[in-house]
Write a protein that binds this ligand. Structure first.
Ligand SMILES: *Cc1c(COP(=O)(O)O)cnc(C)c1O
Ligand code: SF4
Length: 340
């Protein structure tokens, strides 16, 4: 008789979860028990910007509900193929602010680095859906060029790692970047803009926590959550670890029709964020990018939503409503006060 040893299942790494993200419309419909009649629409609409959604995010979607607010963020719909007046491919003027390959310097004192074109999830409303990058990470030459630019400008005190999503990069790659940045004496803060800790909390591993905790630079992580259902127990635990590592946690959301365009959803989002140790930072008005017009919330409704939030929430849980205008010196706050 032969003996079989039962090996414990190896924990699945974040890289594996990343690689196993659903990219096939058919698989998505099956996984979420959605009608097969949606297939042609999804296939067509995902040609320009592909479908991508990792398992931890999928688990928070209610099967069989085509209106689920998390599903709507990732489901390619026929409306994406419509062209709408006023919607363009580069709505925020990124083309003009590209001082060097991979570097955007629009605002005083801080620069944004596009470390990679790849993201762990593809959000249908994304303003970068037509950005001319592929899945490639920044080349070493471009990285050296950026370091040179930073060294020469002592006014720059903050570097923002963005993308794409910088936390799709390996620990080794990030470690090297952090070390290079920390050697520039006038840099004080490192900011990471990432949706990974939300859609793939496994990404926040010990290596990442340690490298952020140890860095000379003060670190801010700006996550991206649009609906309270995105914040499950796993995400909360992940945020607690980040807090313990001394990282400041902020959130940015996009105001999205059919996802979070009602006062209850937005209040619940702010309260749930706070429970997870995250403060609301920005609520972005949708960038007017081709293919996302169906997500836009009109101005009147936006004003009354903000009014309702101010009535119902403590001031520190009301996000700043902003819109990004090409050529502006900062993200423009939208004055939405109404007198009643
Ligand atoms: C949004 C953005 C920033 C950060 O702006 P804050 O108002 O500081 O959050 C910096 N650079 C670029 C190019 C941006 O798009
Ligand atoms: S994670 Fe951010 S950059 Fe990536 S697709 Fe979503 S919104 Fe766009």
């Amino acid at each position: 008789m032969s003996q079989y040893k039962i090996l414990p299942l190896a924990p699945v790494s974040w890289q594996q979860l990343q690689a196993q993200a659903i990219r096939s419309p058919e698989q998505l419909l099956r996984r979420l028990q959605l009608p097969a009649s949606l297939l042609a629409e999804i296939e067509n609409s995902s040609l320009a910007f592909s479908l991508r959604v990792p398992e931890p995010y999928l688990q928070r979607i209610e099967p069989g509900n085509p209106d689920d607010p998390l599903l709507r963020q990732i489901l390619p719909l026929a409306e994406e193929l419509h062209t709408t007046k006023g919607f363009s491919c580069d709505p925020v003027g990124d083309g003009a602010a590209r001082n060097l390959p991979g570097l955007l310097h629009k605002y005083h004192g801080r620069v944004l680095i596009i470390t990679t074109g790849s993201c762990g999830i593809h959000c249908r409303y994304c303003f970068r859906r037509h950005y001319p990058y592929n899945d490639d990470r920044l080349s070493d030459d471009h990285w050296q060029g950026i370091l040179g630019y930073l060294r020469e400008d002592p006014n720059i005190t903050e570097v923002i790692l963005s993308g794409g999503d910088p936390l799709t990069l390996s620990d080794q790659r990030l470690q090297n970047q952090l070390q290079d940045l920390a050697e520039i004496p006038h840099l004080q803060r490192l900011r990471i803009h990432s949706r990974q800790p939300i859609v793939l909390p496994q990404r926040v591993n010990d290596e990442l926590l340690q490298m952020l905790a140890k860095s000379r630079l003060q670190t801010v992580l700006v996550v991206h959550v649009n609906h309270a259902n995105e914040l499950d127990g796993e995400v909360k635990a992940c945020m607690q670890q980040l807090k313990q590592a001394g990282i400041t946690l902020l959130n940015q959301s996009v105001l999205l029709r059919g996802v979070n365009d009602d006062a209850n959803s937005l209040c619940e989002l702010s309260e749930r964020l706070f429970e997870c140790g995250i403060l609301p930072y920005y609520l972005h008005q949708l960038d007017r990018v081709v293919g996302a017009a169906h997500f836009e919330v009109d101005e009147l409704q936006t004003r009354s939503l903000m009014e309702e939030l101010r009535r119902r929430l403590p001031g520190y849980l009301v996000p700043k409503l902003v819109s990004e205008q090409a050529g502006a010196a900062y993200k423009l706050p939208l004055d939405v006060s109404i007198s009643t």
